[in-house]
Design a protein around this ligand. Structure first.
Ligand code: IMP
Length: 179
C-alpha cells in the first residue's frame, strides 16, 4: 500500500468484479439498439473506462471530453469546455463515464450539453457515488460503489493531480492536507 494512504475503501479486486457486473448490465440494457458511444470525462475517468470496456461485448466506441468550472467566480452550475468531443453525437445513445458523482453539478451540466448537441439519450455510469454531497437532484443510472462523505484518491481520482495511478480507491493520511 502507498505509505500516505490511511485506508483502502475499494480494492482493485472489488473494482474489477463490479466493473464486470456493470459491463454485463450495460450489454443487456443496450442490446436492442445501436451500441452506445461512451463519453469519458478527463482525466479521472480514464482508469475506470479502461476497466469497464473490457467487460462490454457490444461494438461500442468511446470519446473524451474535458470540462472545468470557471475559476475566480462563485458561480456554480457553469462549466467551461477544455476539450470537446471529436465525434458527432446526433441521434446517438450516450453513456457518460465518470469517476465520481459528488455535488452532481458536472454530470448535470454535461448531460444537458450532450442533449443540446442532439444525443438521443444520455445515461451516466460512475465508479463512485457520494449521495450525501448532492446539491443537484440527479443520479447516475449505473453506480459502482456508494461511499460516504470522505475525500478519496486512486483509480483516477487525484489530490493535486497525484495518486491517480493507485490501483485502488483510498483515503489519504491527514498529514497530506497540512501545508
Ligand atoms: P461534482 O460536479 O461535484 O459531482 O464533482 C465531480 C468531480 O469532482 C469529479 O469528477 C472529481 O474530479 C471531483 N471530486 C469529487 N469528489 C472527489 C474526491 O473525493 N476525490 C477526488 N476528486 C473528487
Amino acid at each position: 500500500m502507498h505509505p500516505l494512504i490511511k485506508k483502502v475503501l475499494v480494492s482493485q479486486e472489488e473494482i474489477q468484479r463490479r466493473s464486470a457486473e456493470l459491463g454485463r448490465i450495460i450489454d443487456n440494457d443496450y442490446s436492442n439498439g445501436k451500441p452506445p458511444l461512451l463519453v469519458a470525462l478527463l482525466r479521472g475517468s480514464v482508469p475506470f473506462l479502461a476497466e469497464l470496456i473490457k467487460h462490454i461485448t457490444l461494438d461500442i466506441e468511446y470519446d473524451f471530453m474535458d470540462v472545468s468550472s470557471y475559476e475566480g467566480t462563485q458561480s456554480v452550475g457553469d462549466l467551461k469546455i477544455l476539450k470537446d468531443l471529436d465525434t458527432s453525437i446526433q441521434g446517438l445513445d450516450i453513456l457518460l463515464v465518470e469517476d465520481i458523482v459528488d455535488t452532481g453539478n458536472t454530470i448535470n451540466v454535461v448531460k444537458q450539453m450532450l442533449m443540446n448537441k442532439g444525443a438521443k439519450s444520455v445515461k451516466v455510469v460512475t465508479l463512485l457515488d457520494k449521495p450525501s454531497r448532492r446539491t443537484v437532484d440527479i443520479s447516475a443510472e449505473y453506480i459502482g460503489f456508494e461511499i460516504g462523505n470522505e475525500f478519496v484518491v486512486g483509480f483516477g481520482l487525484d489530490f493535486d493531480q497525484k495518486y491517480r495511478n493507485l490501483p485502488y480507491v483510498g483515503v489519504l493520511k491527514d498529514e497530506c492536507y497540512k501545508v
